[in-house]
Design a protein around this ligand. Structure first.
Ligand code: MRU
Length: 378
């Protein structure tokens, strides 16, 4: 089976329903931007790059299957309105807003050209949306290459073990993955001793999705609960000794502060305490120079039910819909719940930001200058 979160061809889009993994591999058809919005909101598709691509392509298939006006301005206004709507699905990952901004610009430029009609605007939009799916895979391969080289160089000779959090692999992107792409590259280079992945409560992206990908690719891997990370970093045995923690990102602010899956911040603290390198792997589309620091990032809060009820099929194999089911309660009824989906890791705890064109490190002043670094890397 090929690990494919997004299946797209002209006029047709299907997404792997990640609420059903690892027990069932079921693809849902996405016919409209509204379908796309709901798939993202319900987390049937998730991960910063995948969210952006599914949103863009959901509108592409809607445009391909709708009889639209031949008036270019009207079509451009329709696309802009739908993109603004799609951006409201989940607030923290910047990739979606970034994709919407770029697509609006394409549509705007196309509508100002001499030969302009509704059809040419739709074509310009759909070509760019489809290109995002292609570019994401090559970006991730670049991240994998630079990240693996950086870790291998830091570690010197011998094999390395790494710890990762959440799911940043083929299921969170168009393919290969960011932090999981680094693990794939280490494995392909023959330098990976073992990958450790956290369970990642409450949605369990680690145990359901990352573990699924690691088993699928035959990568030596061990699952731990989120609360075991510090104990793991303390181990001194050769195979368990962790050379680096590598995580993905939903938004990297201009100063390097990074929003990622809840639990990332505590991993960065324990990495610093134990002298383990802490790396963020993300495409440049996740770096948001408009956001000055982590304090300016909106953190999504999810329904308490995701914590108080068990997700997915029950142990007896009966399917349970986490959004509606009252049957698999795992918390005392009546308890208040706080369920932030992300946290912000301060830049001072991050040793490097791995992008598709190289690893950004801090300057002599101990600060990331991502504006300068993006120019220098270009
Ligand atoms: O809530 P999710 O599953 O969408 O959160 C995903 C993460 O936090 C990932 O680490 C991040 O989006 C990077 S995916 C390449």
């Amino acid at each position: 089976m090929v690990l494919e979160a997004i299946r797209y061809q002209l006029g047709s889009l299907h997404i792997l329903n990640q609420l059903k993994l690892p027990h069932q591999t079921e693809y849902d058809e996405i016919k409209t931007s509204q379908d796309g919005w709901h798939a993202i909101k319900d987390m049937r598709t998730r991960g910063a790059p995948a969210i952006a691509i599914v949103a863009a392509l959901s509108l592409a298939v809607e445009l391909q299957n709708t009889k639209l006006s031949s008036n270019a301005e009207e079509v451009a206004a329709f696309i802009t309105e739908k993109l603004d709507y799609l951006v409201t699905s989940r607030p923290t990952a910047v990739n979606l807003a970034d994709a919407a901004r770029k697509l609006k610009k394409i549509v705007d430029t196309a509508s100002k050209q001499d030969v302009k009609d509704g059809e040419s605007i739709v074509k310009a939009y759909c070509d760019s949306a489809a290109q995002m799916l292609i570019s994401d895979v090559s970006d991730n391969q670049g991240i994998g290459k630079y990240g693996a080289e950086w870790i291998e160089k830091q570690a010197g000779s011998g094999k390395v073990s790494v710890l990762t959090h959440c799911n940043t692999g083929s299921l969170a992107t168009a393919g290969y993955g960011t932090a999981l792409g680094v693990i794939r590259s280490l494995h392909n280079n023959g330098t990976l001793q073992r990958a450790f992945c956290t369970e990642t409560r409450p949605y369990n992206q680690g145990s359901r999705l990352t573990a699924f990908e690691l088993v699928h690719d035959n990568i030596p891997a061990t699952l731990i609960t989120d609360s075991m990370a510090s104990a793991l970093l303390r181990l001194k045995g050769a195979s368990e000794r962790i050379a680096a923690i590598v995580v993905g990102a939903d938004r990297v602010a201009a100063n390097g502060d990074t929003a990622n899956k809840i639990g990332t911040y505590q991993l960065a603290i324990t990495a610093r305490y134990h002298g383990v390198k802490f790396l963020v792997a993300a495409p440049r589309t996740t770096i948001d120079l408009e956001t000055k620091s982590g304090a300016d990032i909106t953190i999504e809060e999810r329904p308490g039910k995701e914590m108080t009820f068990m997700q997915g099929p029950r142990f007896d194999g009966v399917d349970v819909d986490v959004r509606n089911s009252e049957t698999v309660s795992i918390a005392a009824k009546g308890i208040d719940v706080w369920n932030p989906a992300f946290d912000v890791t301060p830049a001072e705890l991050i040793d490097g930001i791995i992008t598709e064109i190289g690893v950004v490190e801090k300057g002599r002043d101990g600060l990331f200058d991502l504006t300068l670094a993006m120019e220098a890397l270009n």
